[in-house]
Design a protein around this ligand. Sequence first.
Ligand SMILES: Cc1cc2nc3c(=O)[nH]c(=O)nc-3n(C[C@H](O)[C@H](O)[C@H](O)COP(=O)(O)OP(=O)(O)OC[C@H]3O[C@@H](n4cnc5c(N)ncnc54)[C@H](O)[C@@H]3O)c2cc1C
Length: 472
Amino acid sequence: MTRTKVIILGAGPAGLGAAWQLAKQQRAHVTVLEQRDDVGGNAGSFDLQGLSVDFGSHRLHPSCQPRILDDLRELLGPDLLDRPRHGRIRLGGKWIHFPLKATDLLLNLPWPFRIGVAWDTFRGILPRAKTTADPTFASILQQGLGATICREFYFPYAVKIWGQPPQELSAVQAQRRVSASSLMKMIRKIFGLKVDTATAGKGRFFYPRGGFGQISRAIADAARQAGADIHLSATARKIQLGSPHRVEVEHDGTTTTLEADYLWSTIPISVLPRLITDDVPQAVIDASKNNLSRAMVLIYLVLDQDQFTPFDAHYFPGADIRITRLSEPKNYSDHSDPVGRTILCAELPCNVGDELWQASDDTLGQLVKDALAQCGLPISAPVSHVTTKRLPQAYPIYLNGYEKHFHVLDDWASGLKNVLSFGRQGLFAHDNTHHALAMAYAAAECLHQDGSFDADQWRRHRDEFESHVVED
Ligand SMILES: Cc1cc2nc3c(=O)[nH]c(=O)nc-3n(C[C@H](O)[C@H](O)[C@H](O)COP(=O)(O)OP(=O)(O)OC[C@H]3O[C@@H](n4cnc5c(N)ncnc54)[C@H](O)[C@@H]3O)c2cc1C
């Protein structure tokens, strides 16, 4: 019997996870096409002056499905470190431990913030009239968490992360992004009175010794060993649907065509219609233009000192500081090497093509230095090098009414025979790596040894994915 052939677009965690599971379980022969010269997608790493650095702060959260975590433990062995979280968030001009700790909050929160939250908690207990207007990110959080946390934290943070006023964002953004939906739930969580699956392992994270991208590299190696082909610097340029599907691949200036029974795509769902040569309905093309992603510039500063601070990450929700987060990769894996050098990675959300996206490394490096000086963290060591990376698709933006556009795309893609779109970009889901891997495992399960795909089972998995809540 001839083996089922699957082409997977994208070698991020979703594409690699699916390739590995399909190859290991001998469900199909798999070819993965990745446009970059390395695997890992947004969850990858690269080497910078002797240190492995990630595309922004990445942690593997303990809420990862146990079977996936077991697999990763087996692949990475002692390299998968179990680390305590040690971050800080800047609230009202003060530094508070992040994740939030009860004692730190009680001792260090500015008084106006404490009084505001106490008042909001009291008001939250009183019966309130239900609002009749359509819920938005702003109204859901305002109702659940009160005015103070919204004003001081979530609302300015939302404007920085998604570039939109909170009133313009869909309620879905609040459901997917904010794990504590009410002040009482948040208080119970902070004071340790509530332990659920999302908070299990709270205060800890897993991190590979060789950088977050080691997860994807290990999965890619395992997939290759099981027989999968992974082509790097290979961009899918054209897709001709049929039996078999034909994918035109550009690789180092040469164009080749590959054929397969199934096409599994983890690239942005809004890009897929542009690659397909068959008739794509105008409504789908229009919807793809309305499916928006926020971009990000990552600014790396190489400092001639052992350590900048002992903290793994600093979070900046306030409107006064332009970056949203600063991480120090050395502190994630507790490396002491290289001696006399550390790296900072600043996250600056923006839009593709805007002023920040186009700014020079020097300008962006200065922006980070100024921001840190402004909040009392001046860089005093010499900065020997500044470099930047740009992510066109960092975060999905769920504007009010975005579902309308997404459903047009999703219904169209779901109706294509033997095509599957999944992963963070493929389902336009603000998901973590362990969620992308969960999608990959679920997809592989649905492809049976006889080459048939269980669409009903996939629909049930899609319902499960709706419960994913992203963790920072
Ligand atoms: C700043 C930031 C911080 C994050 N922090 C965390 C964290 O702490 N913990 C966590 O678990 N997750 C975190 N995430 C999320 C994590 O990065 C994603 O969940 C994960 O990368 C999703 O994997 P994926 O395979 O679905 O998509 P991606 O990683 O986006 O992979 C898609 C791949 O498709 C490729 N591609 C696109 N077009 C083509 C084409 N035409 N041909 C071939 N290849 C193509 C891309 O190059 C890419 O490699 C963070 C994300 C960001 C942006």
